[in-house]
Write a protein that binds this ligand. Sequence first.
Ligand code: KOT
Length: 758
Amino acid sequence: MCFKKKDPKRIYFLSLEYLMGRALSNSITNLGIRDQYADALSQLGFDLEVLAEQEGDAALGNGGLARLSACQMDSLATLDYPAWGYGLRYQYGLFRQVILDGYQHEQPDYWLNYGNPWEIERIHMAYPVKFYGTVEEEDFNGEKRKVWVPNETVEAVAYDNPIPGYGTRNTITLRLWAAKPSDKNDMEAYNTGDYINAVVNRQRAETISSVLYPDDRTYQGKEIRLKQQYFFVSASMQDIIRRFKVTHDNIDEFPEKVALQLNDTHPSLAIVEVVRLLVDEENLSWSRAWDIVCQIFSFTTHTVLPEGLEKIPVDLLESLLPRHLQIIYEINHNFIEELKKRIGLDYDRLSKMSIIEEGAVKNIRMANLSVVCSHSVNGVSKVHGELLKTRVFKDFYDLWPHKFHYKTNGATQRRWIVVSNPSLCALISKWLATEAWIRDMDLLSGLQEYATNADLHREWKMVRKVNKMRLAEYIEAMTGVKVSIDAMFDVQIKRIHEYKRQFLNILGIIHRYDCIKNMEKNDRRNVVPRVCIIGGKAAPGYEIAKKIIKLCHAVAEKINNDPDIGDLLKLVFIPDYSVSVAELVIPGADLSQHISTAGHEASGTSSMKFLMNGCLLLATEDGSTIEIIEEIGADNMFLFGAKSHEVPVLREKGPALKVPLQFARVVRMIRNGYFGFEDYFESLCDSVEVGNDFYLLGADFESYLEAQAAADKAFVDDKKWTQMSILSTAGSGRFSSDRTIEEYAANAWGIEPCRCPF
Ligand code: KOT
């Protein structure tokens, strides 16, 4: 309401994925009514905590990119920015992971089964979205115009999800689109068969918003996926232009009122759709439309590898969106002409920078389209920003250096401390004598002066102990494994990917097991007990990732049932990792692992959540870890491994690369069937053999073990560990998504806060 009255410039955040998690606890916390709500519930005979646990997660996304969108929505609301989020209302969220005999199986997440009390269906807020057909040329008073004659229309219906800010009356909206059959489609039936087909076709329309693609960063050129992308951006752009027109007649003012954020390339067809709407529907000239387009889009990429960038086969686009293909060709033609003027006839470079990739299969390079048409291109950490300039988009950086920036990711302290770790929240507020850090996380640095205070140490340890007890109970309930809370809880939770190196973690655990087994009984007294906790989903088609999950279970089976080992070492795989599981695991972790091969993780955000909860990090110098080091110092963490500039040098060595004997030994244990299933694990073992070990597990193994040993040593020094833990929280202020959003607002979107006065 307040935005409508003041009509500020708005930011529209376009993302195909949001991992919102549960809403109840977060909403009542942000609204400042938690205590009253708990009281009211208890009068009705319910316990808030028990009730809150009943809520399922809204899991409309895969991993880091999707959770980042959710954190950023929370910050946008809290900081009073006039923002809207737009996305797709999938009927099936991210698959549920079920483990049977140690193997991952996927089950559908039909999350709307019992209804969704948080959403408001806006039946009248609906737009037609068109597909297929042909482009005709028509004559308008002597002027030739392109007219798209589509042959399928689907209705996009809005479902609004309120996002309340913390400490403000502002609430923003996440508007998710659902696909419904359009009444405009021909339903006239001449016989029963036609009638049945017509109804079946109507049903088909709904499949567009039925399921989230679970393949985190592999692109297969699937038609439904492309339909999803266009469906959601077309509905969003129609909605945005409609809202603009309510208060403005002059479309040239659009850039003064509208900023559009592209969350990776998935929504990048929005660029083409804006051109189409302005030129074909609003009758603007190409140059006027282009002038507008160049001022409104900011693009953030979350990928490190050029080969990970999205491509759309031209044939597919031509059949689904023929007019959009023409527009892309025109954008590209103009771009290449301009480029020739700047760099001459360097065909190699021209073809690399072209939006169209020539070859056996012709593709649209969505990242090139996004860079050409956005005024701001952002990385998600300092090192990622550099990589964009020097590698991924080097040619574009040379052309337009002013476009390239980075905005280090962040996470919201509201969900990741206040809601998920209430006792730590209370402790921090007590010692800082204020709750202001909940809106200004830099204030956490005030904890530094108490880092050696004995009273704080006692209270800090008590909070951590209670959280570990809660986690231990959960582990037992989920896996049947009893763990000791005196052990170090060592956690790695994230999507399973070779570059994230869960395999390295497991090899380290096998090594630890092997060492304990070969120790004199007396020496075992010096072993620091560990509970190793791994969790994460593998994309359904990602064979090696699925093998890593099975290996984890096979190794756990061996270790956990070895009476000789007892509490010295346990390994558990937490099934069905999700936002809610993370909320429980993170506060109970002593140590967390962020061990990607340097140069592969664009940023990483779970490390920030662990850090703010006082968990120590064992990490490679990759992504946002580099900035965490700047904040808390290398002394307060356990770093290891090749640096990103060393990675290509090590790879270059190929079969000549030296790997430690212990590495060969643990891999051999797997190969020899020590954990069973040796045939199944063969290809996994092959993937880390010398000469084949692309992610350099062997090369980093020795320094990984050293970092682990340093963590053990620090853990037994209780005072030191607690001090490091306090300093981790104290140094985490920079990693609030509030800071990220402030940077986007000032440097990319050009928007100001707009606070509800009442
Ligand atoms: C998925 C598909 C295509 C391209 C990128 C992705 C992607 C990247 N999904 N998640 N990410 C992660 O995004 C996070 C938020 O920026 C980063 O912290 C993390 O490093 C990315 O891997």
